[in-house]
Design a protein around this ligand. Sequence first.
Ligand SMILES: Cc1cc2nc3c(=O)[nH]c(=O)nc-3n(C[C@H](O)[C@H](O)[C@H](O)COP(=O)(O)OP(=O)(O)OC[C@H]3O[C@@H](n4cnc5c(N)ncnc54)[C@H](O)[C@@H]3O)c2cc1C
Ligand SMILES: Cc1cc2nc3c(=O)[nH]c(=O)nc-3n(C[C@H](O)[C@H](O)[C@H](O)COP(=O)(O)O)c2cc1C
Length: 481
Amino acid sequence: MWDMTTDPQRWLLAAALTAAYVLLCLVIYLRQRRQCRQLQQQAAALAQGGRPLLLAYASQTGQAQALAEQAAQHLHRAGWAVQLLPLGQVSAAQLQAAKRALFILSTYGEGDAPDNALLFHSRILPSALPLPQLQYGLLALGDSQYQQFCGFGRAVDGWLQAQGAQAWQPRIEVDNISTNPAALAQWQALLVQHLAVQPVQGVEAAEGAEASTAAAPFPLAAPMQTWTLAARQHSNPGSQGGAVYYLELAAPAAQEAIPHWQSGDLVDIYPPALASEQSVAPRSYSIASSAQDGRIHLLVRQTQDAQGRPGLASHWLTQTLALGEPLHLTLRPHPGFRLEDNAQRPLVLIGNGTGLAGLRGHIRQRIQNGEYAHWLLLGERQAAHDQHYGQELQAYLAAGQLAHLDWAFSRDGAGKVYVQDLLRQHAPRLRQWVEQRDAAIYVCGSLQGMAQAVDTTLRDILGSAAVDELLAQGRYRRDVY
Ligand SMILES: Cc1cc2nc3c(=O)[nH]c(=O)nc-3n(C[C@H](O)[C@H](O)[C@H](O)COP(=O)(O)OP(=O)(O)OC[C@H]3O[C@@H](n4cnc5c(N)ncnc54)[C@H](O)[C@@H]3O)c2cc1C
Ligand SMILES: Cc1cc2nc3c(=O)[nH]c(=O)nc-3n(C[C@H](O)[C@H](O)[C@H](O)COP(=O)(O)O)c2cc1C
């Protein structure tokens, strides 16, 4: 038994701490409500006045979405009432009612639909829907290193044509928008010619943007920034898997305020070109820290191809770049993986390998916000070597700042255990968190293998319709690569 203190100073201190905590929660809640209202107001403002135009995007890591948001502003200024929607939220009735539409569609996986278009892919694409009234333009984003180049954009285009919709001009395809932003000139020409958008004169790139964005008629990327490598540590010595390093990047000293990002966002890092005339595509990395941490933390695995040749960016970041040296990056909003409306929900966080990075960003952000209802399920190879941020995670668990921590190690013992097996073991808890506590699910790490198996398992446990509903509500989000 313990005695309750009668010391008034202690009571005062406890009351002050409780009040401060309640105030912090209130500030966070109000800020999120304001952001949500702003988004709703922006969407409502875009849909005001003029002739109606449907603008639908399919985007996994945010590039198609950013382009759609930009185009929506230009179109609204040109007098259109723009209905801006992720493709997965577009209904058959909306398509049949629309006379004009624009589609900005990325491809994911192996020629697949991005997550925010999956419902369109499963419910609308397989059906016949006469659309003879519809005129449209379609911009497909992709990367020709993948076999199914612009596969999803091509599939939607073929379907629209089969329904009798008429394209203003052939589909525009952009091969790797990071290195080829000038390809968007054709897209701008379409908007100017068919939708009376004012041409963008010269370069509109934000101050500080460098060559990669300068030629874009609608510049996409945030300004490039120069950060420095402040710390680096080998996270898994002795592991059978590829070496993983934990990195910390410090903001430019001249910067008055640390550039802001939200947990879930990405950095695009520009590795140095091998030859001076070569242009190298930036590589994306999930940010493992919150903006309040002040530094960008990364978890980077050294990759190599089938011949054993080292991956360009991952080796440069983990081996060549010296402490204190500069590196160029852009901070990339990743709306599909941010907390947004889920900030106050319990979170089921599922990942493998370096996928812990994107999940840790959320955990740190939430702990800083006083939210502790998160359950972390992680897959790696060996308990003895591969527990990235292991001590920190154990400390969160001990302090009650993490509800559950479950590891699956695939190389320990006879039976291989993967993160999807953990989900099956804990199916009752999963159902309770999702069905009774309204939890959201975040998945980060490898697409092949992990994320696909996790998706199948979630559908087995919760039911496919329920998982589709979670997707539609933004309660199932993925940062998988
Ligand atoms: C959204 C997202 C988040 C990511 N987060 C992380 C993370 O947190 N940690 C982490 O370690 N990695 C992460 N990655 C992977 C990372 O971006 C790099 O792909 C990885 O580090 C390998 O890059 P590299 O330059 O070392 O290898 P590369 O030199 O790119 O070679 C690796 C393989 O990719 C192929 N390849 C080469 N160039 C390209 C190209 N331009 N486009 C497509 N394929 C190409 C090569 O054929 C080779 O098989 C993430 C990727 C994405 C898309
Ligand atoms: C994991 C992964 C899978 C991809 N698969 C394809 C593909 O099959 N075909 C293709 O053309 N592009 C593919 N891409 C390239 C993306 O379509 C391209 O980077 C696009 O600009 C991303 O836009 P978003 O940010 O709107 O998702 C893939 C990219 C990633 C990271």
